[in-house]
Design a protein. Sequence first.
Length: 260
Amino acid sequence: MPSAATDRDDPRGRPEIDVFLDTLQDVPPHALTACQGWTAHEVVAHLVSGVELLTEQARAHLEGRPAPAVTDWAARELPYQALDDRVLRRRLETGEREMTELFKHLAAPDPTAAVPGLGWGMPVGELILHMRQEFAVHRWDLVGDDGQGDEVLARPELLAHSVRMLQNSLLATGLAGAGGTGADFAARLRCPDQPDLVVEVRRGEGRFALVEPDDGPAVETDPAARLLLLWGRRPSDPRRVRSGLPPGQLQRLQQLLCGF
């Protein structure tokens, strides 16, 4: 049987939450993160707020009660930010386990069905993927590039979830700014042995699509870095991302993928 240290160093097949929690042990609460204005403490507060809301909504549905809703996420997170960091971290671990068990129960009849009042109208199976992706991306926000993060971020189901469910949110800021102005636009993000990811704007509307690769100009990268780019992040080693696009097209792509 592998030692605990070996398990911790090898994330292959391990749930994203477990890899996140292992990493969090070595990150002090006041460490700066890649999320502007947030330390590690605020990142954990953000995650606990989401986990506990989804848990409350899932439990309310199962008990036949109206599900609580949120219109102001920043205000919701303030009480969590005020918690002692040790309390917050314990609540993240216990809350995620409870949320996941409730999701499994709700998904058992049909994971493609949306549950009224749960999440953002996503099917339960997509909500499970969404929270997995939250832990993968926010782990990178804590510690940046490393081998564990590369394995987790490269999981193709996470990219596919973003393409299916998050086009509007991930492109909203870019479309509202310089990325949304000008002529129709399309560019590809390419990884070896995987579908190309197309980012396009047509008549002011943006979308993502996974398509068969071709030999045209593209931004070439690795799977983990591609997910980061989609979320408005950039790997710390710029050599991981190489552009074959004309400068103006590359700039427009970067303007579109600027994150939240």
